[in-house]
Write a protein that binds this ligand. Structure first.
Ligand code: IDP
Ligand code: MG
Length: 164
């Protein structure tokens, strides 16, 4: 794994995390962008960056490299590059765990109702959203999608009503 850039060390000490969330092409095509973004927003996570884009196969390989040996990998790459996606970086204490809980289990048939996949998904190969699975991957994956000047530090006026 790449060393953590120095600029991120103070961030880790605060136990703040970053998670990379993707609204996959099925989420975009089905008109669920607002619904999905709203769930992370209402949960209390803070947005650091967002872009509407289409992934190249190079970016898909960089992002999903850990799955390259898996039988579903070719279909996964074909799916993720098949249309535009929304890439987002959300921040907060325990942001990775909180976002994964908001997303639900990988297989929509096993995802709890009230989660994004549990409410809108049917099959594992059309499960709507990606969320980083560890704080380290949150940083690494954010780096795949965003340059430093595309990530914004801003003061949220409601902060003290969300975090103590
Ligand atoms: P995650 O997205 O919940 O972290 P991973 O195991 O990291 O799940 O798998 C990455 C993505 O690969 C899944 O979200 C899903 O789109 C796809 N995927 C995983 N397992 C399968 C499978 O068995 N068949 C088809 N697609 C799969
Ligand atoms: Mg994963």
């Amino acid at each position: 794994m790449l060393p953590t850039p120095n600029c991120l060390l103070p961030f880790l000490e605060l136990k703040m995390e970053r998670t990379l969330i993707l609204i996959k092409p099925d989420g975009v095509q089905r008109g669920l962008m607002g619904e999905i973004i709203g769930r992370f927003e209402r949960r209390g996570l803070k947005l650091a960056g967002m872009k509407f884009m289409q992934m190249s196969s190079e970016k898909a390989a960089e992002h999903y490299g850990e799955h390259i040996e898996r039988p579903f990998y070719p279909d996964l790459v074909a799916y993720i590059i098949s249309g535009p996606i929304v890439a987002m970086c959300w921040e907060g204490p325990d942001a990775v765990k909180i976002a994964r809980q908001t997303i639900g289990a990988t297989k929509p048939s096993e995802a709890t109702m009230g989660t994004i996949r549990g409410d809108f998904g049917m099959q594992i190969g059309r499960n709507l959203v990606h969320g980083s699975d560890s704080p380290e991957n949150g940083i690494r994956e954010t780096d795949v999608f965003f340059t430093a000047d595309e990530l914004h530090e801003w003061h949220r006026d409601t902060e003290r009503w969300i975090l103590e």
